[in-house]
Design a protein around this ligand. Sequence first.
Ligand code: GLA
Ligand code: GLA
Length: 683
Amino acid sequence: MKSSPQSPVPLKADSIVYGADYNPEQWPEGTVERDIELMKAAGVNLVTVGVFSWALLEPEPGRYEFGWLRDVMDKMYEAGIGVDLATGTASPPPWLGSLYPETLPINVHGEHLSWGSRQQYNPSSQLFRDKVAALVKAMAAAFGDHPGLKMWHVSNEYGCHIDESFDHESVERFRAWLGERYGSLDALNQAWGTAFWSQRMTSWDQVLPPVVTPTIPNQHQQVDWRIFWSENILDLFLIEKEALRTANPDIPITTNFMDLWDSLDYWRWAEHMDVISNDSYPDPANPRAAREYALHCDLMRSFGGGRPFIQMEQTPSAVQWRRRNPVKRPGQYGLWSMQAVARGANGIMNFQWRQSLAGAETFHGAMVPHGGTETRTWREVTQLGEALSAIEPPEEGAAQADVVLLWDWESAWNQQYACGPVDERVPENELRAWHASLFERHQVVDFAHPESDLTSYRVIIVPALFRLTPAAVARLLEAVAGGASVIVTYQTGYVGPDGHAIEGGYLGNLASLLGVRVQGLYPVSVEPTVLGFGEDLDHDVDHISSSIHTPAASNDVVLRAVDGASFSGKGADWGEVLAVDPDAGVEVIAEFAADDLAGLPVVTVRRGSGAGEAWYVATRLDSAGRAAVLDQVLGVAPAVPRGVDITERGQYIFLLNHGDHEAIVEGDHHVAPRSCRVLLAEG
Ligand code: GLA
Ligand code: GLA
């Protein structure tokens, strides 16, 4: 397993942790005792307490009431159930916003967002930061040495509802941050390209957040706003972390991530986590949910540099926030949980323990549902507890990954905020597509930041890395020189480190490695702009227009293998005009077969540019096309019964049958539909 730039403390536990968010404040006295009995029956050994308890912990300014929490912690301890103690700062009490309106966030339209829901805080407010620090210090002093305390859970899902605020303090912090980043207003003007549209700023008070403008806003400003916010919210986390660390350096600290969350650069955040933890709610109505869950797990393991993580939240049954909320099918709760363990989780937690009777999440599933213990949910909850108790948590997150996918939030933001060439999240979609292909062929995959050490991977996939930095190019050159194969896909290297377009052919300095440059773009699957009635063209009467062919509006990009090469598959959405360096020894594998790009290369490989290979793919390949490329780079995928994923981790082999039929794996291992069998690697 590769080490990424961060080095969190490994998660130490002698068994897989199992449990949920536990909100005893929602329940009458006596419930805790009953809950503890049920927790023991379910094999629960860790509960996250206090996530939304600020209003109870500090009922009025400066008066802390911790007695109820101590009572819960004592009882859990006596029962042998550990506590992941949340700091309660994710939902400030109404008195805070009422007394101090500056602690409330302001949206882009200048409106205060009020209490009555949750996360109504302005991360930049100094007063908010002070109140948070005071509460957390008091909690750390009160509970830092409690024998039942296993972990600190800072706040909750940072950035989920509030990832920006347009208040005065935020603007001041943004300006100070820009001042440090660029050194001078001249440099900022240069970076934001303000020579365009007469945007040149002549004093710092003209520097604004991306407020409402008459038309297309400045994308460099928007990207900086996003980077700033990821760091600004991280500062808020670090205030809490420092207070907790000072009180007891031995207790690991986490905050729960949310998969590939759009607005936080988790690579930067991960460096500060002792334990990586994640919340994941794939849609059971989607057959791609298992691969989505796998992606989340691979990502979390990678954030921790290969160390185990905690699946901090999921639901045993259904969520309540989709339009219709499908229930996990029989077995799926246990199966997906085991999938997480197979991919590096040493903890399986849920939102939440007992299903609420009131409030926004009344109809969100829980380990103890409204229906009580005579339910399928409860049966599956206890079955999983038993299955997890049989697993000794391996120290490493997963078997050695051969393949790595590169992901960079700054690059994605540059693509997202650029006006054109296409208004879609291409990097994220492309990343998911390649991960899906690797999942389907049973390949263990890591993720890495493009500027991290890549030398220990056999295959590096670079999906639509829109913004290319010299450091990333150097890493790729180094890896290929060491024997790796790299697959770079379309929409890579359109802009450089500052987000300004690359001249002389996209791909910039990566062109020397690949032997190709991108000279032009060719979007397809375009919905044409139709003015007037969109009536069909009639061959007999529309004498001119019916004879005009518009390949941009067709959905497929037809491809063909070049003589002697093996390739099948289609393209979609995008094409690029590639210029091949005639001296680079580039082999064209497939070419466009029709329309304006007919005969131009689309899949190329350059072998012998180092010890490894450098592939380029100039369209969005469909799954068959991706499989064809991966077959050549990785060899043919192992034959495994349909529906089954086999993952090795530590001493275990997990046979995960996602399919609807019993599978027989390697001769004699019968795996029921939607279930997991765990084998010992030796046996
Ligand atoms: C209008 C404006 C130009 C430019 C183009 C882009 O015509 O006048 O400045 O923005 O749109 O299509
Ligand atoms: C998030 C939150 C939880 C809960 C769940 C519901 O993960 O952290 O508090 O709201 O969503 O799915």
